[in-house]
Design a protein around this ligand. Structure first.
Ligand code: MN
Length: 226
């Protein structure tokens, strides 16, 4: 038995729809620029393979908690995303086997300090402080799922006004392709979450704004920035 010098941090987890058990989270990977219209609004390149960044597991914010407007930004952006939750892992997974790893799906928001991200791009610095900050990953409960990945509407509104409205079918890299690509660079494990990218229409929120999002057939998410 390992003796810790002080109590270890609690295990991050996400509720599961219809179950008392919860989903224990290991790592969070996120895909950048995975919808053509959003890639274009970010000034991205059409020919590059999917690229990944990460958020710490303790950045997750559960339903019922309102994320705080973070320090060191005046341009906090929302990004509605389909989130894949893995029940198994491996390396070099082929795309045609990738869906065997899927436990279920959730709806997430990749909150972003856009001003710091733009500065990081300009200076060729890491995205950590623009993407991996505290409370940067609001997420719905995970819906257990078998079969083909969701392909329905993905949308987000702020104070009732629709800002993002697309379908998951418009992703450049599909869920199986994302899992396959990620597994070339990391050994994936049960408990990993993958944020799969956001459609066009991202923009800022301020304190007091009400954010509501959905992925049709998967779930919805809602919070106020406080
Ligand atoms: Mn994103």
């Amino acid at each position: 038995m390992t003796a810790y010098a002080f109590p270890p941090a609690p295990q991050a987890f996400v509720p599961i729809v219809g179950r008392d058990e919860v989903f224990p989270v290991r790592r969070i990977l996120c895909v950048g620029q995975n919808y053509a219209a959003h890639r274009d609004e970010m000034g991205g390149d059409s020919r590059i393979p999917p690229f990944f960044f990460s958020k710490p597991a303790d950045a997750l914010v559960m339903a019922g908690t309102d994320p705080a407007y973070p320090s060191h930004t005046t341009n906090l952006h929302f990004e509605i995303e389909l989130v894949v939750a893995l029940k198994a892992g491996g390396s070099d997974i082929s795309a045609d086997r990738a869906l065997d790893l899927v436990f279920g799906y959730a709806v997430g928001v990749d909150l972003t300090r856009r001003d710091l991200q733009n500065l990081a791009k300009e200076r060729s610095q890491p995205w950590e402080s623009s993407k991996g900050f505290d409370q940067s990953a609001p997420i719905s409960a995970i819906l257990p799922w078998d079969g083909p990945a969701p392909d329905g509407r993905i949308a987000l509104s702020v104070n009732g006004e629709v800002k993002q409205d697309s379908t998951v079918a418009h992703m450049i890299w599909s869920v199986p392709e994302i899992i396959a690509e990620a597994s070339k660079m990391w050994r994936l494990e049960a408990g990993d979450l993958i944020f799969t990218g956001t459609p066009a229409g991202v923009g800022p929120v301020v304190r007091g704004d009400r954010v509501a999002g959905e992925v049709k057939g998967v779930g919805d998410i809602g919070f106020t920035v406080v």
